[in-house]
Design a protein around this ligand. Structure first.
Ligand code: G3P
Length: 226
């Protein structure tokens, strides 16, 4: 499962990259609006930091087919042709995806709340489909189950499109989709930090250090021990 950061703040991106095995970054208009920089300033910084080969997903904002295609052209010119263009899986979005596919653009169908949206977006040429797991949960729809159903539909129809699950609010949601072997998950920094947070682990590590220091002296590690 690819592991991406759903955020645009450079400090957070650098911090998460320093710790975790990260494959890339996703943004959306709301995430960009939460920062202080203009969109392309923020996106160029992210691309420069993560490198040309890392996955970067950037959303088109226009709501016409021509507008989405023009947004995609500009995004690809600014931050690389390899950038995945996020397009909401609406009727307009599906029409735009078909055009973008013909131009060789990489596409992530986004704002997915139902399996048929994912199926049609995959047929329209999306490389990734992005179900909003927690937002479905908030509607009383089981986001994990829906996402698994989408994976089954893609597999059974032999579609190469992968799932990029989004909108996570807890580790259990990530775990269940990881167990199911979905293609990718994009996760906000605060949820990423919770993935391996566990007081028992901290206590175990502290106890090892304390025991070792009782034998060898304070601050001594394997490097200086006799
Ligand atoms: O890009 C979609 C995803 O970021 C939505 O996440 O946390 O706003 O539900 P959230």
């Amino acid at each position: 499962m690819k592991f991406l950061i759903d955020h645009a703040d450079m400090e957070q991106i650098k911090r998460i990259y320093a710790i975790y095995p990260v494959d890339g970054v996703t943004t959306n208009p709301s995430i960009l609006a939460a920062g202080t920089k203009q969109p392309y300033e923020a996106l160029r910084e992210i691309r420069a930091f993560i490198g040309a080969d890392a996955d970067l997903h950037v959303q088109a904002v226009a709501n016409t087919v021509a507008g989405i295609c023009a947004d995609a052209d500009r995004i690809r010119a600014e931050v690389g042709e390899q950038t995945y263009i996020k397009v909401p899986a609406t009727t307009v979005g599906l029409a735009a995806m078909k055009k973008l596919k013909k131009k060789g653009a990489r596409i992530t169908a986004t704002a997915i709340y139902a399996p048929l949206q994912a199926f049609l977006a995959a047929k329209a040429g999306a490389d990734f489909v992005a179900p909003y797991v927690n937002r479905m949960d908030n509607l009383g729809v089981n986001g994990i189950q829906m996402t698994k159903t989408m994976q089954d539909i893609l597999d059974k129809n032999r579609l190469k499109t992968q799932i990029l699950a989004a909108s996570f609010k807890n580790s259990q949601q990530v775990l269940e989709l990881c167990e199911y072997g979905i293609g990718a998950a994009t996760i906000a920094p605060d949820v990423i930090d919770g993935l391996i947070r566990n007081d028992c682990v901290e206590q175990a590590v502290c106890a090892f250090v304390k025991d070792f220091e009782s034998l060898c002296g304070k601050g001594v590690t394997m490097k200086d021990a006799h």
